[in-house]
Design a protein around this ligand. Structure first.
Ligand code: EPU
Length: 352
């Protein structure tokens, strides 16, 4: 086990915010984690688990011990008449896994193409896009208790999945935030494969290309094209994807808002509640293209906050946006959306 000090975290967070880990240990194998837990000083120290850094805002140097998850491996664990069960190490790239499953003939993850981050991060916030959420393809995961060092396995029910939510995002007695490190994830890809269509952006692609029965590879390519057109590439422009969750309101609240704002983009959910497009709300408040310092609102998608210093910090050497600037911008957006619509937007990324 190698204990590194003062490690720059700019390359390890997709916002490319400049900050350091005071102490960092890379976990390339499970034994590294066991060595940390057994260590007289590192064992009892507070810990921060770092995956792909695609859903965090760093507001300063990270004082807890940073555990950088680099546990690799991908394999077909089992094929049954009803599904392929695929297993991957938590440190694998999520998009790399999606591409690998398609190349090997195990379709089912194509709608989740190009989501930044690692396999281990995918259950934490129950990643989702174009009509599919991780929980729809989830089988189970292995994790290690950061206090006792014991391994355990959780099924979908035990992960407590919700919209961009799971037990791993909650502290306290019911949650596992800061208490567990995900080591491996297993996914269930049902047979026979069925496409998940019906999302407006994919319908548009079907109409444009006149492909009525797309293959999984075709959907993968469409999702990549839609995302590249709408969302900034974190390699070029630092960002953490959608900065806020799409808020849910009751049918009565929605009727009230629609009466005032007839053009509001909304989707009715099965339980009678209504999901509002946070991007539309922010856009309607005029935020597209606005900035606080070097933190800005993306010109093509108001739900995405970006680092105007680019991927490597600004050319002038000021290091690009700070986490403080990102959070100031986020607060100003929340205030203006609340004042105009009476809706509180909840951030998606974890503020560190
Ligand atoms: N809209 C605007 N102005 C904007 C942005 C959006 O009017 O500036 C409108 C769009 O025209 C559209 C609606 O809002 O009618 C929804 O926009 P979009 O289809 O781009 O999806 P979203 O709700 O903004 C969600 C997820 C994305 C996911 C896409 C596709 C959340 C918070 N975000 O975005 O996930 O890729 O749907 O399924 O649920 C992420 O979580 O990081 C992420 C990128």
């Amino acid at each position: 086990m190698l204990v590194e000090k003062n490690v720059p975290l700019q390359p390890y967070n997709t916002f490319h915010i400049v900050a350091k880990a005071l102490v960092l240990v890379r976990l390339g194998k499970l034994e590294d984690l066991q060595a940390v837990i057994a260590h007289p000083e590192l064992g009892p120290a507070p810990k921060f688990v770092l995956g792909g850094g695609s859903n965090i805002v760093l507001t300063g140097d990270v004082k807890p011990l940073v555990l950088k998850v680099e546990l690799m491996g991908r394999r077909l664990l089992e094929e049954t008449p009803k599904a392929f069960i695929v297993e991957a190490g938590a440190g694998e790239s999520w998009h790399g896994l999606v591409a690998w499953t398609l190349q090997n003939g195990y379709p089912g993850l194509e709608n989740l193409a190009l989501i930044p981050g690692t396999v281990g991060g995918s259950p934490v916030q129950n990643i989702g896009a174009y009509g599919v959420e991780l929980q729809d393809r989830f089988e189970s995961l292995d994790a290690v208790d950061l206090v006792t060092g014991e391994s355990f396995t959780l099924n979908a029910a035990q992960c407590g999945f919700g919209y961009r939510d799971s037990v791993f995002k909650h502290a306290g007695t019911l949650g596992l935030a800061g208490r567990a490190l995900i080591t491996r994830v297993r996914l269930r890809l049902p047979k026979p494969w069925k496409p998940v269509l019906g999302y407006a952006d994919l319908d548009k692609k079907m109409a444009q290309t006149r492909v009525a029965s797309p293959t999984a590879q075709q959907i993968f390519d469409w999702v990549c094209e839609v995302r590249r057109a709408k969302l900034p590439d974190p390699q070029v422009t630092g960002n953490a994807g959608s900065f806020f969750k799409n808020p849910t309101v009751t049918a009565e609240q929605c009727a009230d808002i629609i009466a005032r704002e007839p053009r509001i983009v909304h989707y009715r959910l099965d339980d009678g509640s209504v999901k509002l497009a946070a991007g539309w709300l922010i856009d309607a408040c005029g935020w597209k293209g606005k900035s606080v310092g070097q933190a800005g609102v993306y010109e093509k998608q108001a739900l995405v906050l970006v680092n105007r210093g680019g991927a490597q910090g600004s050319a002038g050497g000021s290091g690009g946006a700070t986490g403080g600037e990102v959070m100031l911008l986020a607060k100003a957006i929340q205030t203006s959306v609340y004042e105009r619509f009476g809706i509180r937007l909840e951030p998606e990324p974890v503020v560190v």
